[in-house]
Design a protein around this ligand. Structure first.
Ligand code: ZN
Length: 252
């Protein structure tokens, strides 16, 4: 069965209860949603699948299981924001495992270096989102506390909705940019200080890369290991509750 058969077959059709249940069962952070919230997420996931386009790469064969799992995880952050928060892009490219992206980087002397980056996910501004299916299944498993590559990349998309991935997503009514920065910037600065000091942080040290990565990694932690974010950065946790209009700790 080719991709277009999959799209044709799935687009107008609802996700079966069996497939939905098996998807949720594999993802602890979805399993703890209330019955009503799970129903709402299922409806949102169906609308998402109807609007977006999945493409397989690297020899992967797409299945309903793969598309529904990625869509359901990606829709969790917009449960309180609505599908329009993902309005400026359509494509999701799924690789079987980690994939290589070639980069050209110019150094301070103007010399261009070409290097291969091995990635589990990437979000292109104005373009598609790339995900490794292998990594998309790790979230919630032992040894992967706080990890969720799907939520990470979708959070970048929320961040990019109003321009650069700078850690300031498109804020809705009730949150001013000054309010956001008053909480976000000190948390980011504190985290960078800890990482620079060689402290073993519970949040992935990759988050110290820049504000955009801090937002994406903190968003993963918020949804998958909310207690961890709430303990380390309680003010940021509260800010995320207001922004995402969800309180994952209350349902965990
Ligand atoms: Zn990232």
């Amino acid at each position: 069965m080719g991709l277009f058969d999959w799209l044709r077959r799935t687009k107008p059709t609802a996700i079966s209860d069996t497939l939905w249940q098996s998807t949720v069962d594999k993802l602890p952070f979805l399993r703890c949603l209330t019955v009503d919230a799970q129903k709402q997420l299922k409806t949102l996931t169906e609308a998402f699948l109807a609007e977006k386009e999945f493409t397989a790469a690297g020899g992967l064969v797409l299945s309903d299981e793969i598309c529904v799992s990625i869509a359901a995880q990606g829709c969790l952050p917009i449960l309180g924001l609505g599908l329009s928060a993902y309005r400026d892009w359509v494509g999701i490219i799924v690789y079987p495992d980690e994939f290589v992206v070639q980069r050209r980087i110019e150094d301070d002397h103007g010399i261009v270096h070409e290097l291969d980056d091995v990635l589990s996910g990437e979000a292109w501004a104005g373009g598609p989102l790339l995900i490794s299916w292998q990594d998309a299944q790790l979230s919630g498993q032992a040894g992967y506390e706080g990890y969720n590559v799907v939520i990470h990349e979708f959070a970048h998309k929320l961040d990019m909705l109003n321009g650069d991935a700078d850690g300031i997503p498109a804020l809705h009514s009730g949150i001013r940019e000054a309010d956001w920065l008053a909480v976000f910037d000190p948390a980011f600065a504190d985290f960078c200080t800890r990482v620079d000091a060689g402290e073993e942080t519970r949040i992935d040290p990759y988050a110290s890369q820049d504000e955009g990565e801090f937002f994406a990694v903190a968003s993963e932690t918020f949804f998958v290991s909310p207690a961890l974010l709430n303990t380390d950065y309680p003010a940021l946790y509260q800010l995320f509750c207001r922004y995402y209009r969800q309180d994952p700790l209350a349902r965990a």
